[in-house]
Design a protein. Structure first.
Length: 303
């Protein structure tokens, strides 16, 4: 098969200064795309300086095209500026990769309202704002691709991440709604749940032996493993793939199911509290989902 190219395409990657986003930006540029490298290093993000210009320099020194944007995706004007930079510098926009994120992990009963809002603002509100800024441009040109980063913290579960898990499950709903609403215009939207070691995942608490083992597994999964699936989903080859949830874990790629009914039970004269307890629950109990964490489901070593 010939090398899959992104020549002539313009790709926006948020959170592209480090980790997964950086690897996506580098690969997209290497395959011919012009890239808007967005990364925000503001108060409270833990960064010393903004790395976006460094990524742009790496791309241009390799012969590629890129521009840096340092806006916050959680700010409506900032989100608009990211798409605006794509249009002003490269004349069009073909793909939006919503990768930017933060963590404010805390066990639920100790989580503050600020920790909740901070994560929701970046992951859920930010992804909406950047996606919305590109939507009418995609509609007018009759094409476009969204790739949103979700997480098994939401799809499966993790301890101490109620804010992150809620945002990441919200992103799945956002992506599916975009896919449904925009399909008539040739626009597609998909999600990826990544396993990779990065500056963000380095903040995951590791106190118990099980948590320490999970962190060691994460350290073996490099960020560059995520980029090929993203680049593929941004290409014309993936033009008929939409509304899907993928997961990348080192050299493994998974396709996740979406919630669908698993059991039903009918009672002609309706249900009472008593018949629910006596009849419905015993019938449904074998199909109840157990409480699990991501590490319980992905319990084997990365391959």
């Amino acid at each position: 098969m010939d090398e899959l190219r992104l020549d002539g395409r313009v790709v926006v990657v948020t959170g592209a200064g480090r980790g997964i986003g950086r690897e996506i930006a580098l690969l997209a540029a290497a395959r011919g795309a012009a890239v808007v490298v967005n990364d925000y290093s503001g108060p409270g993000d833990g960064g010393d300086s903004n790395p976006a210009p460094e990524v742009v320099r790496d791309i241009t020194m390799a012969g590629g095209k890129a521009v840096a944007n340092t806006a916050s995706i959680a700010d409506p004007q900032g989100a608009e500026s990211i798409i605006g930079d794509a249009i002003n510098r490269f004349g069009r926009i073909d793909a939006v990769v919503n990768n930017a994120g933060i963590l404010r992990d805390r066990i639920f009963h100790k989580m503050s309202a600020a920790e909740w809002r901070d994560v929701i603002d970046v992951h859920l509100n930010g992804y909406f704002l950047v996606s919305k800024a590109a939507a009418n441009l995609f509609k007018e040109q009759g094409s476009g691709a969204y790739v949103h980063f979700t997480s098994t913290s939401g799809l499966v579960g993790n301890v101490g991440q109620a804010n992150y898990a809620a945002a990441k499950m919200g992103i799945v709903g956002l992506s599916n709604s975009i896919a449904l609403d925009m399909q008539r215009f040739g626009v597609r939207s998909n999600c990826i749940a990544p396993f990779a070691w990065s500056r963000m995942t380095a903040s995951i608490p590791a106190e118990t032996e099980a948590e320490k083992q999970r962190v060691e597994r994460l350290k073996s999964m490099s960020a560059d493993k995520i980029a090929p699936l993203v680049a593929f989903l941004c290409s014309d080859t993936a033009k008929d793939i939409t509304g899907q949830i993928f997961c990348v874990r080192k050299n493994e790629i998974f396709l996740f199911s979406t919630p669908r009914p698993v059991r039903s039970m009918h009672r002609g004269d309706g249900w009472t509290i008593e018949t629910i307890a006596r009849e419905l629950v015993p019938a449904f109990r074998p199909s109840f989902q157990p409480l699990q964490r991501s590490a319980d489901v992905f319990a084997w070593d990365p391959v």
